[in-house]
Design a protein around this ligand. Structure first.
Ligand code: 4NP
Length: 160
């Protein structure tokens, strides 16, 4: 018997650095465990700044060093995503507030989680915005998201 796949949406501000990285890392882990038919991933930004843009090349380079491929084009979060996805993973508290502002009645609040809640090694509460910083910041985002994605995958496997 087959059932609908579990759908994850990763959200940041621009959808060119953190959320495409989370999506790429999660897809990599899902493929390693042959769960592609059961778990689907996408990403979006709260802003319209980078609609249609590929992932940031500094972010793509940091991901490639860990064997992770980033793909896709920037898109903005839309209200229909609340219905479409089972879990919406945000990178920081600004993302969280911006998303919940679109859910005035609190109908979907239970679906929205901070990505760092799933970290098992790091104690960070938020995934820091690397956009205006140097290379180390991009590398750190990958490390943090690898930790969070591993914890998230274990959680999702318990639910599916
Ligand atoms: P992201 O990073 O939210 O991780 O994609 C940013 C990308 C672009 C901008 C800020 C953060 N920006 O201001 O254009």
């Amino acid at each position: 018997m087959s059932s609908n796949p579990y759908k994850l949406l990763f959200v940041c501000l621009g959808n060119i650095c953190r959320s495409p990285s989370a999506e790429g890392i999660m897809k990599h882990l899902i493929a390693e465990q042959h769960l592609q038919d059961q778990i689907i991933c996408d990403s979006a930004g709260t802003s319209s700044y980078h609609i249609g843009s590929p992932p940031d090349r500094r972010m793509t380079a940091a991901a490639a060093k860990r064997g992770i491929t980033l793909a896709g084009k920037g898109r903005q979060f839309e209200r229909s995503d609340f219905e479409e996805f089972d879990l919406i993973l945000v990178m920081d508290k600004d993302n969280y507030e911006n998303i919940l502002w679109l859910d005035r009645e609190g109908k979907y609040q239970h679906k929205v989680k901070l990505m760092c809640e799933f970290c098992r090694s790091h104690t960070d509460r938020e995934v820091p915005d690397p956009y205006y910083g140097g290379e180390a910041g991009f590398n750190y985002v990958i490390d943090l998201l690898l930790d969070a994605c591993e914890g998230l995958l274990e959680q999702v496997k318990r639910e599916i």
